[in-house]
Design a protein around this ligand. Sequence first.
Ligand code: 2OP
Length: 223
Amino acid sequence: MEPKMVKALVFDAYGTLFDVRSVLNRCEDVFPGHGSDLTGLWRAKQLEYTWLRSLMGRYEDFWQVTQNGLVFGCRSLGLAPSQDQIDYLMQAYLALEPFPEIAAALDALDGLPCSILSNGTPTMLQSVVHSAGLESRFQHILSVDEVRIYKPSPVVYRLAEDRLGIRREEIGFVSSNCWDVAGAKAFGFQTFWLNRQKAPAELLGVEPDQIIGSAMELTSVLS
Ligand code: 2OP
């Protein structure tokens, strides 16, 4: 499908701009031999808790949900982290590595306004964006904390439409999380699934408008 006019781009943060697997070194450091398993379990449980809490109507912020996901991940591997170990591992989330092409890809967008819409708390997002030196690249850094429900609730995507003041069909939403793309597409954004891993598409009844393998491809699919 040919993209319609896109007046602004909105990016997901975790997994899209920032590599959630960059916690692996700290996980391996604290629990040798378990780094990879713990990294995967931590992320999976973190997301699961966002969906469950949204369904339960019991919002708790992403810092707390991330910590709970970490503790559950440890316990399911038979590990009992101390509070110091939890604190040390959680600090990794404040300085996740950006994917290597992100700064150049944002520069190549040539003035198209870019924002972030994420599950992260404002503090987590400010910190990770600052640590990657990307502050000047984003117009808005929007957190679900304002609406106290997680993606893929339409309430979250509406927050971006309202704050950008641009109609939803003129906003391009970029995420590497296919379920997030499905939520954004169902809401009415134009969607770009950044499928770096060549993962199979989720079967959620909505298809991404475009599938790209690197953020560098945004310039060409938008032209
Ligand atoms: C984010 O909202 C979905 O974790 C993802 O940044």
